[in-house]
Design a binder for this molecule. Sequence first.
Ligand code: GLU
Length: 547
Amino acid sequence: MDTKALANLLFPDVTDTPEALEARFPSRNLPEGAVVTRMAPSPTGFVHLGNLVQGLTSERLAHQSGGVLFLRVEDTDAKREVPGAVEVLINTLKHYGIHFDEGATIDGDNGIYGPYRQRQRADIYHVYAKKLVLDGMAYPCFCTEEELNAMREKQEANKETTGYYGKYAMWRDRSLEEIQAQLDAGKPWVLRFRSTGNIANQFKFNDLVKGELTITENDVDHVLLKSDGIPTYHFAHAVDDHLMRTTHVVRGDEWLPTLPFHIQLFKALGFKLPKYVHIGPLMKMDGTSKRKLSKRKDPELALTYYKAEGFPVEAVYEYIMTLLNSNYEDWRRANPTAPSTDFKFSPKKLNPAGNLFDYAKLCDISKNEIAKMDAERVYTLLVEYAEEFDSEFADALKQDPDYAKAILAIGRGGKKPRKDLATWKEAKPYMGFFYDQYLQVPEFDEKFAPSLIKTVLEKYLATYDFADDSNTWFDKVKAITEEIGFTTNMKAYKADPTAFPGTVADVSTMIRLAITGKTNSPDLYTVTRILGYDRTVERVRKAMEQL
Ligand code: GLU
């Protein structure tokens, strides 16, 4: 076969050469050990936890080594593309602290290794496609859909491995004349790789997460260019990661089955193979068994979910770090206030089998993160959240920022801060009662007669003095308890509950319900200090009227 004639026949317009491209995209001038890596998502509009796991791994590898993180948009599948998806992607990742040094941006490209959108790189892929044809490593295939289906059916009937390989590679050794005739007839074609691999051969390969793998050679003549001239993922991966000078490819392990082909392709193109970091899937417990998180079944896979629930970015970030590196939690305990970027991240510590997503743990981490913040920051983040998801509540908070901050300061600071909130969504149920419009009508325990509750509240009002400190205040509650024949001796009550009609806890709950509309609230004395005298008295009066 005259490969030069074939190359010119297939790619008459390609005049650029691999050498010229090598010169146009020179090696990066970075210190020894600097990692160049990328995120290469398809713009489907759906950003998920897996993207964040991959993004954080890439970001840490690049930035802790003084390297480069870039964004490449893999838009070769126009059918899956959603308008505005790139913007959503960039903004979502930015929200979680992932900034790209280079690559696709909302308004275009930033960097000299672009274009960073694959559809704009067709002429670059064609240069290498032509080279492979010239080297006898690629050829056009004119098989129709029907022919390929018939082939698969035959293979299935014979219980053979399906695919375009060996004797099934129908167009592998056709003559130039046959090819020319098809082209002249205007038949569509794809470009296929001519595999020299043999599945009887195996070799060792080291993945930075999976460790040493035994790889079986690939013998399939995979498609490099589709009939519209747009590359497949495999071909684009090799060309782009080479020309963009990627040193580490961090990606999901669903790509492992095609890794043998990728290794072969890099070799055929004369490219140095990058290091691979294949990340296992995120899983969840479903009953007693584990399964992969699914876009269809699990809303918690989408990153928008965490924003709408109101998990602070810090919490999601911390949680993902604990998933990625099992020693992160110990490090965090020893360095409670250090920036997470001080942690020495290692891809070797990633669990090769993937990770179990644990929602309860995320909530725990989030409670800790929120407990660590000061009231000012909690206020800022809560307002930001409410502005997007509950504008009425945002207005209430903003109407009197000092009042809101005083509420949010309850139990904050000190050695054992309260851990009331895991998400901003929980803030309204937690503190809404401070705002009259969210105050609920108290539902008193029916085991106490309304007249008795009224008596308690009357006595409370009769002795209530805003000047009281918390001890005096509570002494008065205790006095009321005894006056109505309830006990303040909880021990005695626990020993024989039938001996008393009620306790100081019941009396406190009556007062708490009257003031907050709830049976649970932060320290009631503190609540009254923030509400103020008038509002406290008014609420108790109103509760009495409602009885
Ligand atoms: N576009 C591919 C994906 O979304 C990229 C995989 C890679 O990072 O190489 O799975």
